[in-house]
Design a protein around this ligand. Sequence first.
Ligand code: PLP
Length: 393
Amino acid sequence: MKYSFSARTGWELEENILSRTLQDMRSAGTEIIDFTESNPTRCGFSYPADKLLRPLSAPENLVYAPHPKGMLKARQAVSGYYAGRGITVDPERLVLTSSTSEAYSFLFRLLFEPGDRVLVPAPSYPLFSYLAGINDVEVDYYRLVFDGEWHIDLASLELGVTSFTKAIILVSPNNPTGSCIKTAELEGLNGICHRHGLSLLCDEVFGDYISEQYRGRYFSLAGNSAAPTFVLGGLSKSLALPQMKLSWIAVNGPSGFVEAALSRLEVISDTYLSVNTPAQNAAADWLAAASGIQSQVLERVSANYLALRNAFECTGAAEVLPWEGGWYAVLSVPQLSDGEEFALRLLKERQVFLHPGYFFDFEEDGFMVLSLLPPPDKFRTGLERLVVAISSL
Ligand SMILES: Cc1ncc(COP(=O)(O)O)c(C=O)c1O
């Protein structure tokens, strides 16, 4: 029998040596300290079970009354969550999705023809090439540059715009650099969008996790009306519960654009109606519980970042880049010539797993990324081993 598959699914599916080795070691029962852990539900946080689970047994969950943009009460809950952060978002300008990844798909379907191009930051979230590829969208990268803090290289970004480019993706705070968009950068981006007819897709899933030092500077793009703007957020990070599967798109932009975009998004969303009713009914209760979860996560990532900085400040073996927000930290190790080879050695010899920078599209070798989520005792043990390994490079 002859099978045929689409070219867009012709991925290289073979595991790389790093993940194969990790798999083998885990199967053999070796305990690994995992600095790639991004699943908060495995990191020992205390979730208020009653507040989170009780709403799921409400009788209203047995009634199916969908709305293409998402049930109004759930959109009002999301709007209320923004209001709590001092941001006005009209519930009518929100479209709910089952995940942020799905939100990207909706926006690619809304804005792009097959073969159109999207500008994506580098370094950033490694899933973009898949999310774009599945939707027949081509990816071009623009650079984030580090000179003591991270900046968007606006000049190179604009040079990357072609007649096929339809949108710019921003991630603020970015995964993994933690960097947040600055006012002057937004002005520059609005200008580029205006000159080339582009939209901004701003992923703010880590917006609740800003380092104390940078909190005064952080802002959401939900209020940006100077360019067509889609802000993405969701419970996977705001509640540290990816399995609850509730995210949203907040639409803003010039008048005329917003209404047109919403009515088209409504049809896309109506075609799937993918957000489940219990999650929407529970949204207000869940978001009311968010601050208690966020404060634990923020305390954890702040403390782990401090431990990381202290560990390397003493040895000088690596530079820990400033952490503005998010769940990750970046280590700069200039003497590192082959990140993958080092990560493999670290795994085999010291049972510590981390991602080399290339995984996040860092241009040069010499960067490594660590999740700041692991419990402090594990994090410190892993850190001790990492310091020894880097010091002996
Ligand atoms: C920057 C960024 N955007 C989106 C996502 C995916 O979020 P969701 O679980 O809501 O699809 C992640 C997941 O880690 C992420 O890091």
